[in-house]
Write a protein that binds this ligand. Structure first.
Ligand code: GCU
Length: 128
């Protein structure tokens, strides 16, 4: 088995949102609280040694009872659209994993909110 590489959301590009640390359980120095709107996004530049498919795990919290769906693209191509269901409260984090087809070198993974409620709070993505 191999261990993935963590990319902290707070170190990625944030379009409309803040880096917060007012809920517990995050890793790194905080988490991204995207603006509650359609189109807010987090984009992480991730590195792959070789082209191929790898698992990407997103760690998130949604303290509401309404799903917070996001569209995820890899190098601009649609990859998946997780629903990000409620996790019970904002201190409780869950993960969802999808498969990404990466190029050798740098790849852009973007998570964009698709409803007016915005996305969940995002802690990190783990690649590989
Ligand atoms: C609360 C919570 C935030 C969260 C926000 C939301 O304000 O403290 O961390 O991002 O709700 O609804 O998105």
């Amino acid at each position: 088995t191999s261990t993935g590489v963590d990319y902290q959301a707070e170190n990625c590009t944030v379009f409309h949102g803040t880096v917060d640390a007012d809920h517990s359980g995050f890793t790194g120095t905080g988490f991204v609280n995207g603006t509650n709107e359609v189109g807010a996004y987090v984009e992480c530049a991730v590195t792959a040694a070789a082209a191929g498919s790898v698992p990407v795990t997103v760690r998130y919290a949604n303290g509401t009872t309404t799903a917070r769906p996001m569209s995820i693209t890899v190098n601009g191509a649609a990859a998946t659209s997780p629903t990000f269901a409620g996790t019970g409260n904002w201190d409780t984090w869950a993960t969802t994993t999808f498969t990404a087809n990466l190029n050798a070198g740098t790849n852009l993974i973007r998570l964009t909110s698709t409803t007016a409620n915005g996305g969940p709070n995002l802690d990190r993505i783990t690649v590989g």
